[in-house]
Design a protein around this ligand. Structure first.
Ligand code: MLT
Length: 274
């Protein structure tokens, strides 16, 4: 059966999670986890590229997009439990995970906590380290700015770090579309997620335990999670593949979708997820 389901809702970990589920249901599956402060819409191009061949799922993390806030204090472990709850709700014993940035932090923690649930990982523009003290201080400053300012202002500050300067001239539509996504996020969710990011623990010390295929992608101009961070993960994950996407910044899947998708397809067809 071919699924073409958008904006579905299911209960996972006592939360109403909004997700999409497309592609042939008997084929290998892949779940995409978005970055902060975006939502599942950021994966549209990848869904379209894969849905003929794979069962492709995207979802909104707690407090983002159309998934409700949940009321709890946020943490990466809570986000992992939401992901596992979603997989259980969808009767998925195993899957491939693809996470960008915060999505990658969640993917790495999910693998650490539930290694038997994942066939392979795609880690895009992410890292395994905890925040440095200055990054934590920046996040606390952002929380104050958000509380006293507007989400629009926070979106504009974020966009400068998400794209290369070329995209602000040659690809205004994609920059605008990400701004539209960011401003869907409430101030409360932004602040709660910034706390979760600041408090997250490193996962680098566990990378040697990853025994499934791993693809690491990073934009050559990514300043939030730079190529050096990708290289470090590559060195620690035996047998992993690293591909640097030239002239892309942090949101490499949006800035260079064709190259991103070629790497994704090449990797997926090289593995044989059950
Ligand atoms: C993201 O894209 O998810 C964020 O840039 C992650 C972060 O701020 O560490």
């Amino acid at each position: 059966m071919q699924y073409t389901k958008n904006n579905l809702k299911t209960n996972a970990n006592n939360l109403e999670v909004s997700y999409t589920d497309e592609g042939p249901d008997k084929s290998p599956s892949i779940i995409f986890i978005h970055g902060f402060p975006l939502n599942k819409k950021m994966w549209k191009n990848q869904v379209d590229a894969l849905k003929e061949t794979y069962r492709v799922i995207t979802y909104d993390i707690r407090g983002h997009g159309n998934t409700n806030n949940g009321g709890d204090t946020y943490s990466i472990d809570l986000f992992v439990n939401d992901l596992i709850g979603l997989m259980d709700a969808l009767n998925m014993q195993k899957t491939v995970l693809c996470g960008l940035s915060m999505g990658g932090y969640i993917a790495l923690k999910a693998f650490e906590n539930y290694p038997h649930r994942f066939d392979a990982l795609i880690l895009s523009d992410t890292n395994c380290t905890a925040d440095l003290p200055e990054t934590v201080a920046n996040r606390m400053r952002s929380i104050q700015h958000i509380e006293t300012g507007t989400v629009g202002r926070y979106a504009d500050e974020s966009l400068r770090k998400f794209f290369t300067s070329d995209s602000f001239i040659d690809n205004k539509a994609i920059v605008e579309s990400v701004r539209d996504i960011i401003i869907e996020t409430s101030k409360l969710s932004l602040c709660k997620t910034l706390h979760a990011l600041a408090e997250r623990k490193e996962t680098c010390s566990k990378l040697k335990e990853i025994k499934v295929p791993v693809l690491i992608l990073v934009g050559s101009e990514d300043q939030i999670t730079p190529p050096e961070a990708a290289q470090l993960m590559h060195e620690k994950i035996k047998g992993s593949t690293l591909h640097i996407i030239e002239n892309a910044s942090h949101l490499s899947n949006l800035e260079k979708p064709d190259e991103f998708n070629i790497q994704l397809k090449k990797f997926l067809s090289s593995i044989n997820p059950k």
